[in-house]
Every structure is written in structure tokens, then in C-alpha cells.
Design a protein. Structure first.
Lengths: 134, 285
């Protein structure tokens, strides 16, 4: 089966680097599935999961603040943060989720930056849901 | 000549100082190692984002994005990266001097520039002199995460977008090797010096080139700041390590000299005593 090289890089270092059969993820404009030989493409990603299909198995990576760059023989995902499902610190994500929820509740009282709390919550939920599927 | 006890005191205190500087040298060495590794881990991301940004910005040709465009300069932003603590030789003063000179040369009044200070030493310097420090962050960990400084980088880039300032420079100490670091001045924004060595790809944009640049360019500028911070951390620890090694060497040198004069003084005292005894005995005969 034809494969395509995938690398996921973050400012804190490379997270993933391997050959896979298919990449599927959610871009800002909708679900995307990429097979080897795809035309060159650039798309911003939602906070969400990147699913990599390899030898019939699925690997999942939680990504936030990401970009997808596709070339015929290579896919690069540039993200501000990315973790493989087995590397996710569930407790930390839980705490972050609670904190963000708390802030969203207190929002009126403290006039906290709503959008920041919201995206923190989305990141935490994303990590948890990816961790669940490991 | 100083008394025996004075010299002895000085030897003990110098010894203690040398123990401290030695310990600091070793902690800095460990932090320096990790700092260099962190800076290395960042390189692939930087290269990649640079390549993609350049090929989109150049490849998409007619795109007019505010972050790529020169505009008349009314106000300049300076990002100054220093350390939180001193005892790193000339590390901080080199950076600060360079910024200070640039400001003296280019600006007549406080309204023409704004400073974003990363690190306590730089912040204190500019605040004390009444300069316009708009943002500051202190207590950045020695192994900074991208998330740690996300707030300040996005605020800085945001200030360029909302035209608080019209150009942005960054000053930091670039790590060359353990014994050499160079103050570097870089123009961050507008992004005019994009270039790529790879052949240009003609990408499909999903949804459109403009919208992608809207997200990509701030992210690129932010990662440039983060990269500079990592670089600066590596040089900080290298500078501190060298400074502390010199201090330890100097302390050992001092101890050697003191020990010599201590022994001389001790010998002189013994000789004097003998002379006195012999003199006393001779006087009795």
C-alpha cells in the first residue's frame, strides 16, 4: 500500500514522524482526508484530533493551534501544541477543564477574557477525548 | 603587614565564595545543556513554518496583508530579552547597551517608541530611566514552554496589527558557543525579508490565501520571538557558566596569594620571636 510521510512539529520539538496510509482531521473549513499523492494544500486546523491510519491501526494526536501543509509525498502539521494520545496528562487536562469552566462561570463577576477561557476549555476537552480513544 | 588572623579570615571567606561560584558554575552548566537542547528542538518547527510562510507569502503574489506591508513609521517597538538574574558577566549589559544606543540615536522623545521587556534586568533598567515599557514578563522558567510566553507574544503581535507601533525590532543575545554570544538585532515586523531556498509550491488554499495568512503570520512572528527567547536562554546560561568559572579561578588565585602572605607572616613572627629570645638570653650573660 502506498504511504505518505507525516511529521507533526511544535515549538517544543517534533512530536510524530512516520509513514502512514491516510491522514484525516478537521480543518477550519471541514473534515479533510488525505491520501498519498494529494495536491499541495495549506489549511488551518481546528482544535481537534488528527487521525493517522497505519497498518490498519489508528493513531490519534491532539492538536491545537495547528496548520496542515500537504505536498504530494509529505504532510506536515505545524501546531502550537500537539500530543500523542498516550502522552496526554489526563489529570492535568482535567484540572485545566475545571479551571476553564470555573472561569466561564465567574465570567460576569470578574470580566475575565471570555475567549481565552473558552479556547482553554476546548483544548482541555480535546485532550480528554483523544486520551479516551487510546 | 596585616595580622595573621586577618589573613586567615580572608582566606576562609574567599574559600566560601569560591565554593558558591563553583556550585553556580555547575548548575549553569546543567541548565546550559538543556537550554541548547531546547533551542535545537525548536529548529525543525522554525524551519518548517518559515518555509511555508515564505512560499505562501511569495507564491500567493498579489496578497496584501498588513503584516507584510511597510507603513510610515510613527512609533517603533523594541522587544528586549534579558535574564531575570545577574551574575552572568556582561550578558545583560551588552543587550541593554545596544538597545539604549539605538533608542538614543533614533528617537527624540519617549512617545516615539515602546519597549516590551522580557526579563527582570532589562525591565528594571528601562523603568528606572522612565522609558516607555508597555509590556513586561519576568520569571520565565529556564526551560520555557511555548504556552508560557504565548500571552506576551500574541499581545506584542497584536499591538503591531492595531497600529500601536509600525515596526518591531527584537534585541537578544544570540548563542554561538559556550564562550561566545553576540547581541543580535532583528527586524520582526513588518515581515519583509521572507525568502525561501526551496522551490515554490503552488498550493491550494483552504479556505483562501488571505485567511490563512491571517492565522499563519501572527503565529510565525510569535515563533520568532519564542525562538529568540530560547536562544537567549542558552546564551544566558553559557555566559553565567563562563563568568562563574572565571570567578572561581580568581578566587583560587587570591587564596594562593593569601596563603603565601600568611606563611610569610607566620615565618616572620617565628623569626622575630627567636630573635627576641636570643637577644634576651644574650642580655642576661
Amino acid at each position: 500500500m502506498k504511504t505518505i510521510k507525516v511529521s507533526v512539529v511544535t515549538p517544543d520539538g517534533p512530536v510524530y514522524d512516520d509513514e502512514v496510509e491516510m491522514v484525516s482531521t478537521k480543518a477550519k473549513s471541514g473534515e479533510l482526508g488525505i491520501l498519498p499523492g494529494h495536491i499541495p494544500l495549506v489549511a488551518p486546523l481546528e482544535i481537534g484530533a488528527v487521525r493517522l491510519k497505519k497498518d490498519g491501526k489508528n493513531e490519534i494526536i491532539a492538536v491545537s493551534g495547528g496548520f496542515l501543509e500537504v505536498r504530494p509525498e509529505q504532510v506536515t502539521i505545524l501546531a502550537q501544541a500537539a500530543e500523542k494520545s498516550e502522552d496526554i496528562d489526563i489529570e492535568r487536562a482535567m484540572r485545566a477543564k475545571e479551571r476553564a469552566e470555573q472561569r466561564l462561570r465567574d465570567q460576569k463577576a470578574e470580566h475575565y477574557d471570555f475567549r481565552r477561557a473558552e479556547s482553554a476549555l476546548r483544548r482541555a476537552i480535546n485532550r480528554l477525548s483523544v486520551a479516551e480513544r487510546r | 603587614m596585616a595580622s595573621l588572623r586577618d589573613i586567615k579570615n580572608r582566606i576562609t571567606s574567599t574559600k566560601k565564595t569560591s565554593q558558591i561560584t563553583k556550585a553556580m558554575e555547575m548548575t549553569s552548566a546543567a541548565k546550559w545543556n538543556r537550554g541548547v537542547l531546547n533551542a535545537k528542538a525548536f529548529v525543525p518547527y522554525m524551519e518548517k513554518i518559515q518555509e511555508v510562510t515564505a512560499s505562501i507569502a511569495i507564491g500567493a503574489g498579489g496578497v496584501n496583508h498588513p503584516m507584510l506591508k511597510h507603513r510610515p513609521i510613527k512609533k517603533t517597538g523594541y522587544v528586549v530579552i534579558t535574564s531575570d538574574r545577574g551574575l552572568a558577566g556582561a550578558f545583560n549589559s551588552n543587550v541593554i547597551r545596544r538597545v539604549h544606543q539605538a533608542i538614543q540615536k533614533n528617537h527624540k522623545s519617549n512617545d516615539e517608541f515602546a519597549i516590551i521587556a522580557i526579563g527582570r534586568v532589562g525591565r528594571d533598567f528601562f523603568v528606572k530611566r522612565g522609558y516607555n515599557v508597555v509590556l513586561d514578563i519576568v520569571g520565565v522558567s529556564d526551560q520555557p514552554n511555548f504556552q508560557d510566553i504565548k500571552d506576551i507574544t500574541s499581545a506584542t503581535v497584536g499591538m503591531f496589527s492595531d497600529e500601536t507601533f509600525d515596526e518591531l525590532y527584537i534585541y537578544y543575545s544570540h548563542y554561538i558557543s559556550a564562550i561566545s554570544q553576540a547581541v543580535t538585532e532583528k527586524k520582526l515586523l513588518p515581515l519583509t525579508e521572507l525568502s525561501t531556498s526551496h522551490k515554490l509550491m503552488s498550493y491550494e488554499f483552504e479556505p483562501s490565501a488571505e485567511e490563512i495568512l491571517d492565522v499563519l503570520l501572527p503565529q510565525y512572528a510569535e515563533s520568532l520571538i519564542y525562538g529568540a527567547l530560547l536562544d537567549s536562554k542558552a546564551s544566558e546560561h553559557a555566559a553565567r557558566m563562563t563568568a562563574m568559572r572565571n570567578a572561581t579561578d580568581n578566587a583560587h588565585e587570591l587564596i594562593r596569594n593569601y596563603t603565601l602572605s600568611y606563611n610569610r607572616a607566620r615565618q616572620a613572627a617565628i623569626t622575630q620571636e627567636i630573635t627576641e629570645i636570643v637577644g634576651g638570653a644574650a642580655a642576661l650573660e
